[in-house]
Write a protein that binds this ligand. Structure first.
Ligand code: GAP
Length: 481
């Protein structure tokens, strides 16, 4: 990350805290590493992103239904899914500082440094070697690569590395009150398994016919060893996942369909296509047929925000094996019973939140008519998901203006989130709304009393125009639906 990018990222983190988007968890006790709380505007924005995803999946697709499964699941779930045995990352420790690193993160950071120095070719070669060694699970080779690249620990500055080992990322706890009898259970590391174990319940009760999907949003937990970059990599986070069940043999087409459809979802928020790219996986899980990430250009480089995975019949077959319950579907079109194949779309809600914040943040210099300049911090959050849609601002606290403003508030607030404020100069109030990303501000002034018009100000262009107060609700609704 260049100094300029780092400064911008730090500015976004400070802004998120100052304006009530994201706070460090239990901050009065100095916070908890890689755990965060969402404030008044953050929780609205997060909910709006979640709703936007939920609507696109379950309302816009007649063949996708939702569920809300528990975080705690029977421990055998995680044996069947492979998480107990395989959900681990290769790690390496620096013997001098005792600091632990994820191997791929160390190598990716080195590739970023090479790129910044203009050595694109060397960076590409390094990443290709890393991918090949990871795919072969060649840990000795990976260690050699770290040493050859002269990668040192950021704390000790030495290259005194341990061998590479695997660490499981699941959190465990005890279910039951008496320690000796208690069962070890896990906090789910992904929401997907709650969908797989409910496959038959959902298919039967909602009378779903293949191809169909089950969507779910909810918390997931991973004991990330290297948790940094704010809410990009957290220990408690939220996922929005959809498992699409298909007839074996059709998974290739459905994988392509969802790969494209999910990118379109991102673009439907008006975010530039240039900020996105696909990363097709070289290292595939043994059951996976195809997999890719949708990457976004964060201030710290292109990074994964969503994964699309063709998971074959692996999960359902495993649950069938461990539960001894048939996980089959009878396909009346071809008169056959089979275990369906699955194409999964999986996006991190917090990561999407960071994407929206990073994309929206701008420190803008404004040229004034008198030749001087002014500045503002503006969050260009897409209107559809902005925490507050409309700010209603009476110019003064008297002359009946607050009463008129209240009338507009009462008309609009059943439809979308509004904010009322009568304190401070109007310019100052506009700036505060810019900082939280409110797309529309309406000012009620003395002219409103004469001709029922108000001034509407657009956040991005700062253009102001007069419109009838009675038109405001529909004007905003048109932009936010
Ligand atoms: N069910 C598949 C699955 O969980 P994943 O690639 O491990 O796949 C999917 O995770 C998405 O969840 C990622 O693309 C990312 O957006 C989000 N995610 C994963 N780990 C995360 C973490 N520690 N903090 C925040 N988001 C995370």
């Amino acid at each position: 990350m260049s100094i300029q990018q780092d400064n911008q990222f730090q500015a976004i983190i400070s802004h998120a805290k100052e304006y009530g988007f994201v706070f460090p968890s239990s901050e009065i006790y100095d916070g908890l590493s890689a755990v965060y709380d969402y404030g008044p505007y953050g929780s609205e924005l997060k909910k709006n992103i979640r709703d936007y995803w939920w609507k696109s999946m379950t309302q816009m697709h007649e063949n996708i239904v939702g569920i809300d499964a528990a975080i705690f699941m029977h421990p055998t779930t995680w044996k069947a899914s492979g998480h107990v045995d395989n959900f681990s990352d290769p790690m390496i420790d620096n013997k001098d500082s005792k600091k632990r690193y994820r191997v791929d993160h160390l190598l990716e950071a080195k590739a970023d440094q090479l790129r910044e120095k203009g050595e694109q070719q060397a960076a590409d070669t390094l990443l290709a070697s890393m991918d090949a060694l990871l795919a072969a699970e060649d840990f000795a080779g990976l260690k050699e690569l770290i040493i050859d690249q002269k990668i040192v620990c950021s704390v000790s500055g030495t290259a005194n590395w341990t061998d590479i080992r695997q660490f499981n990322l699941m959190f465990s706890t005890q279910l039951g009150s008496v320690a000796e009898d208690a069962d070890t259970i896990y906090l789910r590391p992904e929401t997907a398994q709650g969908i797989f174990v409910n496959f038959l319940n959902v298919q039967k009760t909602a009378r779903m016919k293949i191809p169909f999907g089950i969507a779910q949003t909810g918390k997931a937990f991973r004991n990330e060893i290297v948790a940094r970059q704010f809410i990009f990599r957290m220990r408690e986070f939220e996922q929005m996942e959809m498992q699409f069940f298909v007839r074996p043999g059709t998974e290739g087409e459905w994988y392509q369909y969802w790969k494209e459809a999910r990118l379109q979802w991102h673009l439907s928020l008006g975010i530039s296509k240039d900020k996105y790219r696909y990363h097709d996986h070289v290292k595939l899980a043994h059951y996976a047929k195809e997999a890719c990430d949708i990457e976004f250009e964060f201030p710290f480089g292109f990074k994964e925000v969503e994964g699309i995975h063709s998971r074959s019949d692996f999960d359902l077959t495993q649950h069938q094996l461990y539960s001894k319950k048939k996980m089959q579907y009878f396909d009346t079109e071809i008169n056959q019973n089979y275990v369906p194949y699955v194409v999964e779309t999986s996006i991190g809600l917090d990561r999407m939140f960071l994407l929206v914040m990073a994309n929206a943040y701008e420190e803008e210099t404004i040229a004034k008519e008198d030749g001087t300049t002014d500045s503002r911090v503006v969050m260009h959050i897409p209107a559809k998901i902005a925490p507050v849609k409309l700010a209603v601002l009476p110019l003064t606290k008297k002359d009946g203006l607050p009463e008129l403003a209240r009338e507009l508030m009462d008309e609009c607030k059943p439809y979308f989130k509004c904010f009322y404020e009568e304190k401070d100069a109007i310019g100052k109030r506009y700036r505060r709304q810019d900082a939280i990303g409110t797309p529309f501000c309406v000012t009620i002034d003395h002219q409103t009393k004469e001709d029922q018009t108000v001034t509407i100000r657009y956040r991005d262009s700062m253009v102001q125009e007069r419109v009838l107060m009675s038109k405001v609700k529909d004007l905003v609704l048109e932009q936010v639906m």
